[in-house]
Design a protein around this ligand. Sequence first.
Ligand code: FDA
Length: 311
Amino acid sequence: MLRRVLLAAAASQRIRHLTTTAPLARDVVKRFVAGNTAADALAVTERLLAEGLSVTIDYLGEDTVEVDQAATVASEYVTLLELLAAAGLTVGGRAEVSVKPTAVGLGLPEHGNKTAAENIARICRAAKAAGTTVTVDMEDHTRIEATLRLVDELRQDFPDVGCVIQSYLRRSPGDCQALAVTGSRVRLCKGAYQAPDGVALAARSEVDRNFARCMRILLDGPGYPMLATHDPRLVAIAKSRAATIGREPTSFEYQMLYGIRTDEQAALAAEGAQVRVYVPYGNDWYGYFMRRLAERPANLTFFLRAIASRH
Ligand code: FDA
């Protein structure tokens, strides 16, 4: 119930205004967001790489409604990739980027698919020049078909572009089957948005079971699975399956969000696993932050306490 309320709030302009102008919000948000600027993201990336982790950087923003804004977001990614390469952080793909299709135009009233495809292709070219990769994030269920099509087309020119499958969707095992092919990079996560019952699984236990099922399809296939979860039970299942089928630690990776279960990130890396941290930066943190609150009510208590303590 609370999750539904918070995810609905994530889409509310009024609550967005109240939250983002609260004097203390920024301090609490810092736990999940690297900072406002590309320089902040670079500093965090340097630190995480030095700790033996890899990184995927997200320039925060979504649901862009203007063509110019979509192009500006793409330009920010291009600059970011140039900065990462100049700092030597893209070597071996250790720092890559994650892009939300609606941040670069997918939801525009006209020519959304074309605009997003052109902007992501531009980012992919910059990533290729920098020696690294792009992963296309998956957003709410209304964007799935368009996003999968977009990735499929991008793969013609950029075979290493990654995509995301969400295990809360009933359709996902089928999508994993289709994507478990040589050369494909697939991030598997539970899914962070609201979706109707016919489309999504309602019970957490079902979502977890579907994750395990999808994970098995991906691990057993010839592609490159990117297992994005903080759930210790699912990580244990992944380890056990990888050991059973003899998957090399370099042939798949775990992914976790910046600021969440950092001990586990370090522990997995120390065991020799590849671990990539999703590092968001930028001013437009509201939607991302609200989804993190929805995932864990304790975060909401922490947030409200921090605000109350300053009044
Ligand atoms: P679950 O929510 O069950 O959490 C398991 C445990 O992890 C919790 O008990 C807690 O210990 C810890 N935890 C999880 N979330 C926490 C939080 N917010 N604060 C504190 N602790 C927390 N989604 C999507 O729809 N599209 C996408 O493209 C992506 N991309 C993506 C990339 C990466 C690298 C990750 C890790 C996640 C995503 N997600 C995403 C988000 C994903 O769908 C999901 O909402 C979160 O990862 C939480 O799910 P878990 O699998 O961690 O399980």
